[in-house]
Design a protein around this ligand. Structure first.
Ligand SMILES: Nc1ncnc2c1ncn2[C@@H]1O[C@H](COP(=O)(O)OP(=O)(O)OP(=O)(O)O)[C@@H](O)[C@H]1O
Ligand SMILES: [Mg+2]
Length: 253
């Protein structure tokens, strides 16, 4: 469980996060949604320790990040897997080398053990014969699978994904969403996903935090989001006609 309390983050004079509080639950896919520029990536990078909020606390299962010493912070970072916006694979490394990289960096595992673990996670994301390929030789959906495999290779307690299905066709996007949800449940990970995709909300929105201009405007579940009267949420969700119809159907029930 990650508890976020009153987090504020500015760049220069401009305050981006204006006091965000929420709880991301263990074993669930927690979504951060909101328009472009609402602060989703800044919040995720704050969880990751890339940005230092000027006030507020972020607490990882009882460990308040700002109170940890350098060793404890390093230890915590090894418990976090990250899927960056756009996959961010190393172009000149093969798929297997990409996936094994965190183990080489953060563990003392020998090559045989690394290979076994790489085989296991690549199989888990349904990629069995791409080991020797370069990222440029595989499809966008396969690249996302590799990025997910790399993020979970070190058995993370926390998994952060920034727009994991951007740039994918709707069917592949849903497959990737569901893969992340299955892995989250299977390994009891606290997963936080940034998205502005309403399909993701419908598929895997177990806990949803809606950000607007750096503030929490609403939070709830996918069942609740279609019933809320919150104006900002309604405007965001029903920018698509399809979801207007879903809402009408829900409200008739
Ligand atoms: N390193 C930075 N320095 C200055 N301003 C930044 C920095 N990173 C983000 N911002 C600003 O913070 C605001 C929120 O950006 P953020 O990337 O969190 O949006 P987002 O919700 O992730 O949007 P998108 O859906 O487009 O990814 C934007 O106005 C952005 O310009
Ligand atoms: Mg972003």
């Amino acid at each position: 469980m990650i508890e976020v309390k009153n987090v504020e983050k500015s760049f220069g004079d401009i305050k981006i996060l204006k006091g965000v509080s929420t709880v991301f639950e263990t074993g669930k896919t927690n979504l951060i949604i909101g328009q472009s520029g609402s602060g989703k990536t800044v919040l995720l990078k704050s969880l990751l320790g890339i940005h230092q909020p000027e006030s507020g606390t972020i607490c990882f299962d009882g460990r308040v990040y700002r109170d940890l010493n350098a060793d404890e912070k390093r230890e915590l970072r090894t418990e976090i897997g990250m899927v960056f916006q756009g996959s961010a694979l190393f172009d000149s490394m093969t798929v297997a080398e990409n996936v094994g990289f965190p183990l080489k960096m953060f563990t003392k595992d020998n090559n045989k053990k690394i290979q076994e673990r790489v085989d296991f996670v690549l199989k888990r994301v349904n990629l069995t014969d791409a080991h020797k390929k370069l990222p440029s030789e595989i499809s966008g959906g396969m690249q996302k699978r590799v990025a997910i495999a790399r993020a979970i290779v070190n058995n993370p307690k926390y998994l952060f994904c920034d727009e994991p299905n951007s740039g994918l066709d709707p069917n592949t996007a849903i497959l990737i969403d569901n893969l992340i949800k299955e892995i989250t449940e299977e390994y009891n990970i606290t997963t936080v996903i940034n998205t502005h995709d309403m399909n993701s909300v419908m598929e895997i929105g177990e806990k949803i935090l809606f950000l607007k201009d750096g503030l929490k405007a609403w939070e709830g579940t996918k069942e609740e989001i279609f019933r809320t009267d919150n104006e900002a949420v309604v405007a965001f969700v029903y920018s698509s006609n399809l979801f207007k119809k879903v809402r009408e159907a829900y409200l008739k029930e």
